[in-house]
Design a protein around this ligand. Sequence first.
Ligand SMILES: [Zn+2]
Length: 220
Amino acid sequence: MNLKETLVNTCHKVYANGYVAAYDGNLSVRYDSDKFIITPSGKCKGDVGIDDLIVIDTKGNKLEGRGKVSTEYKIHLLIYNSRPEINSVVHCHPVHATAFAAMGESLNNPVFPEVILSLGKIPLCKYATPSGDGLPNSMSPYVEYCWAFLLENHGAVTVGKTIEGAYYRMEKLEHSAKTLSVIRSMGREKTIPLQKLRELYSIAESTYGIKIDKRSRLDF
Ligand SMILES: [Zn+2]
């Protein structure tokens, strides 16, 4: 399966799983060093086909495609331009993760070891008006280290070395937010103790290649 086919399949998966509604969300993949394939604006992800995909350059100019470039292309370019190892970006509005974002709560509480190992820290990026420079600016303090981001009052972004990697981080993020919302309906989560957290950080970095921001290493 080529990159365009994989991206289209992933669009269908995020819609089928309810991570987006109507025309929401945008997904992209690095095509080569200075070209990116991105979903069009105003098209439901459940209906996106290969011919709908758009190729843009590092400034967001359209090189190929008949539709309009997603309005959130600046989020994607911020990540690609900051992180050469990242080849795919997924932006969705999954219900549970977005609910935490709308409460102004990050998912940084260390509750699930697998989430720390696969997602690292999950910051809450301050609210910004969509479509402009505000959103990339709100993400930029975290972009160097993070693999999953909550956007306050908006949704979530995940990144990966592959389309599958970015997609599965979105799935993991939403699953953990959903589990946490069940925990909150029953009581309050227990967090992982600091010493055990250090062990997880160490495994995340050495085994999974998840860089942990040393400036706030113990301030999860
Ligand atoms: Zn959005």
